[in-house]
Write a protein that binds this ligand. Structure first.
Ligand code: C5P
Length: 309
């Protein structure tokens, strides 16, 4: 018996980063947006005493850790422990989301594993409980359960769904190699110290969602959303990976109406005015030599969900 769950990647249309907290995290105003680029996680029953085993397929499969640190494996063990049962399951990840790319691919697999194991083991865990377990796994995991568009507060795990008035068309330029999320947050702090503003909670005001951005989402207005895109981690990602400036430029020159680094990067995200323009931007980016590949896609899409057999 097996269950397959499809789960979306995210782009942050606004990522406001507050000061460094005492616990090593940053308070965020994080507007998550789920896109049709996604992974599929299949949970299959395995013999008692087998534990959690893991395989992965897809172009970046070689970069995915297949040991107990993988968020999908941790999710299966956490759900089993919560219910006091043994975690005997094989998880297969069919991976399309760039690895360490700033699109929450690992978090997505964690969310998908929660939903897949919940169905395989017929646990019927309430969504609120799953969201709590997801928050224990990582700051971006709860959003991958919800999907759509949501404002994340705290370290990103306190979610409020946001209204969206239409479909938006995106292009993602995938870089060679990933960036470490903690390293990018650390570089953000370092740049703030260097500029003299300071980097602690006392120095940096708590960020808030931008009303113009929320209105653009509610109106389904790509031009207004393009103008409001904002990522406080972008200077840090560019500082660690200066070549991303050329990627952003190439997408803009190819007709994208908005461009930003996705989350902590190095994937770059471009907003296009329609599906046809998105395909043209993706094609131009693939030709540009400034990225490994580029995908045209759309959103918002729902969060982790069981696929019909
Ligand atoms: O929550 P998660 O394990 O995904 O976070 C990974 C790392 O990213 C944290 O250890 C921290 O360095 C950084 N982070 C942060 N502030 C957040 C979320 C993540 O500093 N709100």
């Amino acid at each position: 018996m097996s269950v397959t769950v499809r789960v979306p990647a995210k782009v942050n249309v606004q990522l406001g980063v507050g000061g460094l907290r005492g616990d090593g995290y940053h308070d965020l105003a994080n507007v998550f947006f789920a896109v049709a680029l996604g992974d599929e996680v299949t949970a299959s029953a395995s013999a008692p005493g087998t534990g959690v085993t893991l395989t992965c397929s897809g172009p970046d499969a070689g970069q995915v850790p297949l040991d107990g640190t993988n968020l999908a494996a941790r999710a299966a063990r956490l759900l089993a422990a919560h219910h006091g049962i043994d975690a005997d399951v094989h998880l297969h990840i069919a991976k399309d989301i760039p690895v360490a790319g700033g699109m929450a691919g690992g978090s997505a697999d964690g969310a998908a594993a929660l939903v897949a194991c919940d169905a395989l083991w017929a646990l019927d865990t309430p969504l609120d409980t799953l969201l709590g377990l997801a928050a224990d796994l990582g700051s971006d995991v709860p959003f991958a359960l919800l999907g759509g568009v949501a404002l994340g507060r705290g370290r990103g795990e306190i979610l409020d769904p946001l209204p969206v008035g239409g479909t938006f068309h995106w292009v993602f330029a995938v870089a060679d190699g990933g960036l470490s999320t903690p390293a990018v947050f650390h570089e953000c702090d370092r740049l703030r110290e260097e500029s003299g503003t300071g980097s602690t909670e006392a120095d940096v005001p708590t960020p808030d969602a931008d009303p113009a951005l929320l209105a653009a989402l509610a109106d389904g207005d790509p031009v207004a959303l393009a103008a409001a895109l904002a990522n406080d981690l972008q200077p840090a990602a560019l500082s660690l990976r200066p070549a991303l400036a050329a990627t952003l430029r190439a997408g803009t020159e190819a007709g994208a109406i908005g461009a930003l680094v996705s989350g902590s990067g190095p994937t770059c995200a471009f907003l296009a005015k329609d599906a046809e323009a998105a395909e043209a931007v993706a094609g131009a980016l693939r030709e540009s030599g400034t990225c490994r590949t580029a995908h045209a896609t759309r959103g918002p899409v729902p969060g982790a969900a069981v696929l019909a057999h």
